[in-house]
Design a protein around this ligand. Sequence first.
Ligand SMILES: Cc1cc2nc3c(=O)[nH]c(=O)nc-3n(C[C@H](O)[C@H](O)[C@H](O)COP(=O)(O)OP(=O)(O)OC[C@H]3O[C@@H](n4cnc5c(N)ncnc54)[C@H](O)[C@@H]3O)c2cc1C
Length: 550
Amino acid sequence: MSTLGRFAYDAMPRYAFRAPPELRGEDRRHRVAIVGAGPVGLTLAAGLARHGVPCVLIEPREQASFGSRAICLSRRSLEILEGFGVAGGILAQALPWTDGTSFWRGHEVLRFAMPHDADQKHPPMVNLQQCFTEQALIDALADRPEVELRWLSEMRAIEPGPDGVLLHIGTPEGSYDLEADWVVATDGARSPARQALGLHLEGESHDGRYLIADIRLHSHHPTERRAWFDPPSNPGSTLLMHRQPGDIWRIDYQLHPEEDEHAAQREEAVRARIGAHLARLGEPAEYELILVSVYRAHCRTLPAYRHGRVLFAGDAAHLLPIFGVRGMNSGIEDAGNLAWKLAAVVAGEGGEALLDSYSAERVHAARRNIAEARKSTLFMTPPSRGHALLREAALSLSVGNGWARTLVNPRQSTAIAQPDSPLSTPEQGEWPAGTPGPGAVLPSVPLTLPGGGAGHLLDLLGPRPTAVVVAGDAAAETVLAGTPGVTLLRLGSGGEAGAGRATALLGLAAPGSGYLLRPDGHVAWRWRRFEAGAFAAALARLLGREGASA
Ligand SMILES: Cc1cc2nc3c(=O)[nH]c(=O)nc-3n(C[C@H](O)[C@H](O)[C@H](O)COP(=O)(O)OP(=O)(O)OC[C@H]3O[C@@H](n4cnc5c(N)ncnc54)[C@H](O)[C@@H]3O)c2cc1C
């Protein structure tokens, strides 16, 4: 990555090294150590803190990572970060958006809007430079006593054992050994932890390369995703444009197969391509070039994310193409899935089967993401003459043919359901179509909060499983109120919260019906007639303790 202009990226806060107790020879045993304080490690730390579990983060840098990198945060990521109490700083800066437009040569071929309606708490996507997302998380974690962030500390070796893991940490003041019950490797695409354990990502890498540039430009164009295929300004190329806060614009364009990567990154070469594009758009000719790098798409995943007491998340576990914005978002979803499970295991409330379910569920999600992102990558960087011809056919047919436009849809990241989760129990009774069954991610359900304000059901999920019932079923309420480790939420007249749209969105009409929800918002079970034994079995399964009493 080369930096050409000056921007706030150069002025991020720096953090001093503070010698930890282990360097003074004191023995410490940590519940959880997280290797790598990128967006995924930071989110996981926030999640563990939300569940009351202390953790130590090991990070070789002395500040947030440099530059814009992943700029699009999905609705699902915002829900997870908000549930962990760390979304505020991000939402205060980020630019929300819903729409996108694609062009082929001189024609508009697609105008899309991601699903959004009055029920939603968050927009489908917001844009914020990754370094600012990370800084907002660092700031939010500063006053969490459960989280200890060790800057200028590098994991140099990892020794997994049957009861714990030993990490060898290098620092400016010497090295020390760190013992932890559990280690989560969130140490990025090159993951030293993955390499040290001899693990390999499976999948494919694509040859197509994109140049990524950030420019500062005073433009009045609204925040949306724009894509140009074979544009008159850059014939034969594909170009993407996204707005970021601070009058910064991300411009990604495809390099020709024979193009020299280093020559393509020279300022005059970048300015020639971007200048031609801005001129066609009628944008100001004056702009500042902030940074430039080159990107190549990978579709790879580890086949399992749990290796004894070492777990993998984010880029350390899987590499996804930028098309459809699944890279950082899928890592945040990993952290959302893992935090409550690891917390339950550490607290002795859940079985280790929860951690196997983390691996199974998130590998499933990575494979779904790869399948979608691969299609987008083949469209954005056609690897052969045949793919290029097919793309041209789809784009040309899209001019004036509505049916062909689905072929050019960019397939933006969406929340991934877990229909085969080992933690789910088959639903009991009949439910209206379109309502979320076991494994689904809870939709945004607006309702009246306890105390009278407007809110959403997601705001009321606790750090433990939540049972949602229609108020008035005295027998169920008595059992559920007396079940340890379960938050009971009664909707409707006489309950803690108004039913609002829950009746329609969840199919919760009559007393007797209910949902059992996981702390990460996935549905674990739902019933039409409450029965204490069936509930206890579903709860035991949710907690990875099937066969044991809940
Ligand atoms: C130039 C660039 C542009 C990108 N653009 C996009 C984009 O447009 N859209 C998108 O979705 N994604 C994009 N990505 C990918 C996105 O940045 C990643 O998916 C995201 O950062 C993954 O987060 P992570 O926390 O898993 O890993 P990282 O952000 O890589 O964080 C890993 C952390 O581990 C630390 N670490 C490494 N080694 C050690 C060690 N030995 N000990 C302790 N800690 C260690 C690192 O210092 C780092 O802080 C881009 C990436 C790059 C590099």
